[in-house]
Unconditional design. Structure first.
Lengths: 357, 141
C-alpha cells in the first residue's frame, strides 16, 4: 500500500491557493514532491474564474469589491464560481502512472469522483458521479470539478458545497443570470444542492475532511499521512506567489472572445408551457448553460436536469442539440405525459434562431 | 488511413498525447489527432503563445481546454514557434470540425528535425497497434 501526503493548509488567500496548485503540480510533474490529497479553503471568500475566462465577462467586479470578495483565476478549466468560507475544496495531485492515464477520460473522472461521492454517502447523502465530471444528489449538483496536467502529473480538484448562498453567488457571477426571470432563479435552487440542505444541519469542516480522507484511502488503496510542504515546494511557492497576486495573472484574459449572451424562447405545447433560457458564447459558438422550466411534470424528476447536463458545453449546432434531445426521449431517459422530443426541440430551435451568429 | 473508425493520416508523425506533426520545408505544423479530438469533445479554448517563443523538446508550451480539463501541449523539438492559428482564438471548435486542416494549431521551426525519430510514424503496421492499444486504454466506457 502506498503512502500519500494529506496536506491541509486550512483557510488561506486565493493567490496562495492558486500558487500552491501550480507549485504542487509542477514539481510532481518533474518527479519531485509527493502524491497528495489537499483540501482548499478560502479566506476571504473568492470569486474564481476558469483558466481561460475573462473576469470582466464572468464577474460583477464592483459587487465583489464592495463586499470584500477576492477575485482570482484558477489554473484549471471550467466556469466561474464563488468559493465562500463554508466551502471545502478537495484536490488530487498525482503522478499519471498511478492511474495509468496520460489522457483524461470519463473513466478517469469517474475514478476520481467516486471517492467523493462515497464519502458523501457515508455522511447520509445519496451522492453519485454524473458524467462528464460532476457529483450530484438526485440530479442536483453538489460538487463541480476540473483539472489540468503538467508533464508526468495531473491535478484534479472539486468544490464541495457545504452551505449555499444562492443570492451572493448570483450577485457576484455576471453570467447573464441577472437577466433571468425570478422563476428561473428559483429553479436554480432545484439544480444545485449542498450538504446543509441534504443533511438538515451544517457539518463541520473536520467531519467533511475526515470522510473524504477515509474514502480516498479506501478507493485508491493508499494510506494518507499528514504533511506540509517540502523545502523545494516552499521555495517555489515564495517565487510564484507574487505572480498569482498580480493583476497580470488575474486580468490575463480580455473579454473579446468570451462574451456571453442569454436567449430565451417560450413554447406552448399540448402538454404545457416550455420555457428555455440558453446562455451562449456566440463568438465561439458554444452553449454554456441551459435552463428548461415550465408547467409540465417530467419523470423521473431529475430527467430535466440530466438533459440540461447533456446539452451543456456542446457546439451551437441545431441538428446536434436536437439530436441529443431526440436521443434522450427515444432512450426513455425522460418521460413527459403528452410531450414528445419535437415539442422540446421547438423552443430550442426558436432560441437558437434568436442568436446573432 | 482509417483505423477503428478514426482517420489517422499515414504521412503524419504522432506523439503519445495524440498531437500530429507534418513536415513542411523547415517547419513543423502541428494539431490534435482525431482520436484525441473525439476523446476531448467540444474544444472551448486554445492558448496561442507569441510567435518567436522558444520551445524545448518534451516541454510544455501551451494549453487546450475541453470538458473542464485544461490539457497541455508539448513540443517534440527544440526550436521556436513560427506561427499560431489565430482563427482558433475566436473559433476553437475548428479543431472539432477539421483537426488535420483548418484546425491546425501551431507551426514550429525546429533547430533540427532529429528528434522526430522518437515520434510514432509509419504505415498501418505501426499506426494500428499503437492506436489499438490507446483505444483499449482510453476509450470511454
Amino acid at each position: 500500500m502506498r503512502t500519500w501526503r494529506l496536506f491541509d493548509p486550512q483557510a488561506i488567500t486565493s493567490a496562495e491557493n492558486m500558487a500552491l496548485d501550480e507549485v504542487l503540480l509542477e514539481l510532481r510533474g518533474q518527479g519531485k514532491g509527493r502524491n497528495t490529497l489537499r483540501f482548499l479553503q478560502f479566506e476571504p471568500r473568492t470569486a474564481l474564474v476558469g483558466f481561460h475566462q475573462s473576469i470582466q465577462e464572468e464577474l460583477n467586479i464592483p459587487y465583489c469589491l464592495e463586499h470584500g470578495i477576492d477575485v482570482n483565476r484558477r489554473i484549471t478549466g471550467g466556469g466561474a464560481l464563488l468559493f465562500d468560507e463554508s466551502q471545502i475544496g478537495w484536490e488530487i495531485v498525482c503522478e499519471k502512472t498511478f492511474f495509468e492515464a496520460h489522457l483524461p477520460t470519463e473513466a478517469l473522472f469517474r475514478r476520481l469522483c467516486e471517492p467523493v461521492a462515497a464519502a458523501l454517502r457515508s455522511m447520509g447523502v445519496d451522492a453519485h458521479f454524473r458524467p462528464r465530471n460532476d457529483i450530484e444528489v438526485a440530479g442536483r449538483k453538489i460538487s463541480g470539478t476540473g483539472g489540468t496536467d503538467s508533464e508526468d502529473a495531473f491535478l484534479f480538484q472539486g468544490t464541495l458545497l457545504t452551505d449555499f448562498d444562492v443570492e451572493t453567488m448570483l450577485s457576484c457571477l455576471r453570467v447573464p443570470l441577472e437577466k433571468l426571470k425570478t422563476r428561473e432563479i428559483e429553479s436554480m435552487r432545484e439544480r444545485v444542492t449542498c450538504l446543509a440542505w441534504e443533511m438538515g444541519r451544517i457539518p463541520s469542516g473536520e467531519e467533511v475532511k475526515e470522510a473524504l480522507a477515509r474514502s480516498f484511502e479506501e478507493y485508491f488503496d493508499i494510506r494518507l499521512e499528514a504533511g506540509g510542504l517540502t523545502q523545494e515546494e516552499e521555495a517555489l511557492l515564495d517565487e510564484r506567489l507574487p505572480y498569482f497576486r498580480s493583476q497580470a495573472w488575474v486580468d490575463m484574459v480580455r473579454p473579446d472572445h468570451e462574451r456571453s449572451e442569454a436567449v430565451r424562447a417560450v413554447y406552448k405545447s399540448p402538454a404545457g408551457l416550455i420555457r428555455m433560457t440558453l446562455v451562449v458564447n456566440a463568438a465561439k459558438r458554444i452553449l454554456k448553460q441551459i435552463y428548461i422550466t415550465g408547467d409540465f411534470l417530467a419523470f423521473p424528476s431529475r430527467a430535466l436536469f440530466d438533459l440540461e447536463a447533456a446539452l451543456r458545453g456542446k457546439a451551437l449546432k441545431p441538428e446536434l442539440l436536437s439530436g441529443i434531445v431526440e436521443d434522450f426521449f427515444a432512450a426513455g431517459k425522460i418521460v413527459i405525459h403528452g410531450m414528445g422530443a419535437e415539442d422540446m426541440c421547438k423552443p430550442l430551435s426558436d432560441a437558437l434562431n434568436g442568436i446573432a451568429l | 488511413m482509417e483505423i477503428a473508425g478514426y482517420n489517422i493520416p499515414e504521412e503524419l508523425y504522432y506523439d503519445e498525447h495524440h498531437f500530429w506533426f507534418r513536415v513542411e520545408g523547415d517547419e513543423l505544423v502541428m494539431g490534435m489527432d482525431e482520436f484525441a479530438e473525439k476523446l476531448a469533445g467540444q474544444i472551448v479554448f486554445v492558448q496561442l503563445p507569441f510567435e518567436g517563443k522558444n520551445v524545448s523538446a518534451g516541454k510544455k508550451f501551451a494549453k487546450v481546454e475541453s470538458g473542464k480539463w485544461l490539457g497541455t501541449v508539448y513540443s517534440p523539438v527544440d526550436g521556436v514557434i513560427a506561427a499560431v492559428n489565430q482563427e482558433l482564438e475566436s473559433n476553437p471548435s475548428l479543431i472539432n470540425q477539421d483537426c488535420y486542416g483548418a484546425g491546425w494549431m501551431y507551426r514550429l521551426r525546429p533547430g533540427d528535425m532529429g528528434s522526430l525519430g522518437k515520434l510514432v510514424h509509419g504505415g498501418r503496421d505501426v499506426l494500428e497497434p499503437w492506436l489499438t492499444e490507446d483505444i483499449k486504454k482510453f476509450k470511454k466506457d
